[in-house]
Design a protein around this ligand. Structure first.
Ligand code: FAD
Length: 394
């Protein structure tokens, strides 16, 4: 069997690439290890930057998002028992859209498979990528039905298989550099069956550790609690979680937290990595397969979409017009935004975690960063630009 492009992974990156290819008249096959049911119900991100929404809209992929997403233009920092509203839409005219990742994935699967007629093979096992440095690459996998290994030949492979994927291992180690950064903290990621307790994202800086509140939908709210790295979710029973959230997010005049059943409770290993370059031969990586940013600044899904727009457009240009320019510049253009977001996440992490570090020097500099946002219009404008990802980096 042969397809011009095989896309490995049906997350936001892979499905967006697939949709762009189908719209551009390029056939492709998407391979996914999970079932459709699983990927359409897997909650993760929820904050989409406005430029990414516009990118989806231009490609006919944002109809439901624009109808259903909440639009946010403010966030709130809480520290030393006080609340500080940061009105970034007033400064920049730009917003965030709150739309759970599983809703976006559901929309993209429907658009790709049901509307644009693209093929996805779910439940595949042991995916392997072959010959990407030759002109004739292929991808093989074990079929869930027959248990047989199938081979699909192609011109290009889009490696969109996330942080635990296999495609990046097809790059020879001597030709890639992997940079890593460990925040040295854990985050307990929680989903509560409860409406949001504030009309915006809340960041709580507290000597006991960072806490975050992020709306997901009118019925579900994401919370984060800083915890020791490698901590076990079982150490965080319902009562302890809510007591810590109340303590760390407490501030004068704040609405009390609306509690609810915890439907997700897992400890995130807070680290980042970047794979450079993001392409080797006929293999192009996109999204978490190429770079991870812990959810400090809610950047991961946005970067995945940025890569997917560039990769989808570049593959269409190459396969329909023979124009190689966009693919040749793909890695460098993606990495400019990747490193910009990495730096911002690192900066913001110090603000979140400095107070609880036990080091009075780090606590002091964290507070200085925060104060600057509220007493320097220039610092506030720079923060808004980075928080919204509006700087044009490629
Ligand atoms: P993925 O979504 O991981 O998709 C990869 C797909 O490939 C998956 O469907 C997987 O099943 C499949 N796959 C894996 N291995 C293989 C294989 N060998 N063969 C075939 N298929 C395979 N980002 C934000 O922008 N904002 C946020 O607020 C935010 N919050 C987050 C909260 C949490 C708790 C977590 C975990 C992440 C968060 N992120 C956030 C990050 C965001 O979820 C990821 O960056 C995003 O999912 C990346 O999309 P992707 O398509 O690159 O990878």
């Amino acid at each position: 069997q042969r397809f011009p492009v095989v896309v490995v992974g049906a997350g936001p990156a892979g499905l967006t690439v697939g949709c762009i290819l189908r719209a551009g008249g390029v056939d492709c096959l998407v391979l996914e290890t999970e079932s459709r049911e699983v990927i359409e119900h897997r909650p993760r991100a929820g904050v989409v930057e406005e430029w990414a929404v516009r990118g989806l809209e231009r490609r006919g992929l944002a109809r439901n998002l624009l109808e259903r997403a909440q639009v946010h233009g403010e966030c709130e920092f809480r520290f030393a028992g006080e609340r500080y509203r940061f009105r970034y839409a007033e400064l920049s005219g730009r917003h965030h859209f709150i739309y759970p990742q599983q809703f976006l994935v559901t929309d993209l699967v429907r658009e790709y498979a049901d509307v644009r007629g693209g093929e996805i093979r779910f439940g595949v096992r042991d995916v392997r990528v072959h010959g990407v440095d030759s002109g004739r690459p292929s991808v093989s996998y074990v079929s869930p039905g027959s248990g047989e290994r199938r081979v699909v030949e192609c011109d290009f492979v889009a490696g969109c298989d996330g942080a635990r994927g296999v495609t990046r291992t097809a790059m020879p180690p001597e030709r890639v550099r992997v940079s890593r950064y460990d925040y040295g903290v854990g985050w307990l990621a929680l989903l509560a069956e409860a409406p949001p307790s504030c009309d915006c994202v809340v960041f709580g800086m507290h000597p006991r550790g960072f806490a975050g509140h992020m709306a997901r939908s009118p019925e579900v709210t994401r919370y984060y609690l800083q915890c020791p790295p490698g901590d076990a979710p079982e150490n965080w029973p319902h009562e302890r979680v809510w007591a810590e959230l109340r303590e760390r997010l407490g501030a004068a005049g704040a609405q009390p937290l609306t509690e609810g059943r915890l439907i997700e409770r897992r400890v995130l290993d807070m680290h980042n990595y970047v794979v450079e370059p993001m392409a080797f031969g006929r293999l192009f990586l996109a999204g978490d397969a190429a770079h991870l940013t812990a959810p400090v600044a809610a950047k991961g899904m946005n970067l995945a979409l940025h890569d997917a727009f560039l990769l989808g457009d570049g593959l269409v240009a190459r396969l329909t017009e023979g124009d190689d320019g966009a693919l040749a510049g793909y890695s460098a253009r993606c990495l400019a935004r990747v490193w910009d977001y990495q730096e911002f996440s690192q900066w913001l992490s110090e603000v979140y975690h400095g107070t609880a570090s036990g080091d009075p020097y780090r606590a002091g500099t964290a507070l200085a960063r925060l104060r600057r946002l509220f007493d320097s219009p220039v610092a506030a404008a720079a923060f808004a630009e980075q928080y919204l990802g509006t700087r044009t980096t490629g």
